[in-house]
Design a protein around this ligand. Structure first.
Ligand code: NAP
Ligand code: GLV
Length: 314
């Protein structure tokens, strides 16, 4: 089978993936790192990490697009993406576990004021604040999929009352996590939560969800943790909500424009913690097996795993 590996990444990252794939692909597979000089009609699988738009045009025998990213919004935003070719996304339990660690750190930091104490240390300020128990700190997780489920489970095990919001009634429940859906349930959950974590995919229905109206529905002073996509958030509305005290603190891992501009207000804002899109990075040590399993399924004519519903957008 001929595979094409392409993405927008540092050469070092691409070479690392090439090494992992070549080391594990069986005989009979050929991995191409670019399209120059290759027979495009031989390519059957594209393994991609947000490739530049147009990268997958003119591959007449493409049978699978395997994304190395969990979120496929950028791929689906490419109008030239070959229609009708199955698109699979990255679903790797160790990536979800990394996401759960990030979420736990963010919730703990907001719940126990640890960011505030770090800022106080820089000012040499000795100032204790009220201490809440975990069971007094309700957390709302937006999105109850691969990532949301692991995050909700981890937080619930830590003693937080966790509510998870999804589009439809989930097939899989998580012990001690209450799942809700619909607009009315969202508004009531927002009024109660002390930390709101966004783990939704970016679709036409979720773009810009975290806006002025959303913040107005939040419990005053609650924390926001955006681990989904930058385009979920209206940045100006968040800055206004922070400055008015409507949102107490925000942990932001994803941004409308990445990397975040040097002069962006978020860098210096005392109530904002910035992460450089690292909440859960694809780790080739485990993710390579996800790719290999799908290649095997394709070769044997078995159903492919983690297929994206293009019409739904995730
Ligand atoms: P997933 O398994 O597809 O789960 C998506 C969840 O969102 C599902 O529960 C889905 O509801 C819900 N949802 C979708 N549209 C909705 C809507 N309009 N209203 C309410 N709920 C809605 O996705 P995942 O693997 O958990 O990943 C989620 C996102 O995390 C990715 O798309 C990506 O943007 C982001 N991510 C970020 C990082 C990072 O490092 N920051 C890393 C990986 C992923 P149903 O269950 O009803 O379909
Ligand atoms: C990272 O943001 C991903 O979608 O994998």
């Amino acid at each position: 089978m001929n595979l094409l590996l392409c993405g927008q990444w540092e050469p070092q990252e691409r070479d690392e993936w090439a090494e992992w794939l070549r080391g594990r692909l069986g005989p009979g597979h050929v991995l191409h790192l670019g399209r120059e000089g290759i027979d495009a009609s031989a390519i059957e699988v594209a393994v991609v990490a947000n490739p530049p738009p147009g990268s997958l045009m003119g591959l007449p025998h493409l049978r699978l697009i395997q994304s190395l990213w969990a979120g496929v919004d950028r791929l689906l935003g490419d109008a030239t993406l070959p229609p009708g070719v199955p698109l699979a996304r990255m679903v790797d339990p160790s990536m979800s576990a990394a996401m759960a660690e990030t979420a736990l750190w963010a919730v703990l930091s907001q719940h126990r004021d640890f960011m505030r104490y770090a800022a106080q240390q820089r000012e040499r300020l000795w100032q204790p604040h009220a201490q809440w128990r975990a069971d007094e700190w309700p957390v709302l997780v937006l999105g109850f999929g691969e990532m949301g489920r692991m995050v909700a489970d981890r937080l619930a095990r830590q003693g937080y009352p966790v509510l998870a919001w999804s589009r439809t009634r989930p097939a899989q429940n998580v012990a001690a996590v209450r799942s809700v859906h619909g607009e009315e349930a969202l508004r009531s959950a927002l009024a109660d939560a002390r930390t709101v974590i966004n783990l939704l995919p970016l679709t036409e229905a979720t773009r810009g969800l975290l806006d002025r109206r959303f913040f107005a529905s939040m419990r005053p002073g609650a924390g926001l943790v955006n681990l989904g996509r930058g385009a979920h958030l209206n940045e100006a509305d968040l800055l206004a909500a922070l400055n008015e005290g409507r949102v107490g603190h925000a942990v932001l891992d994803v941004f409308a424009h990445e990397p975040l501009a040097e002069d962006h207000a978020f860098w210096q804002h005392p109530q904002v913690s910035v992460l450089p899109h690292v909440a859960a990075q694809t780790d080739p040590r485990t993710a390579v097996q996800v790719v290999l399993d799908n290649l095997q399924a394709l070769a044997e004519g078995r159903p492919l795993a983690h297929l994206v519903d293009r019409a739904r957008g995730y």
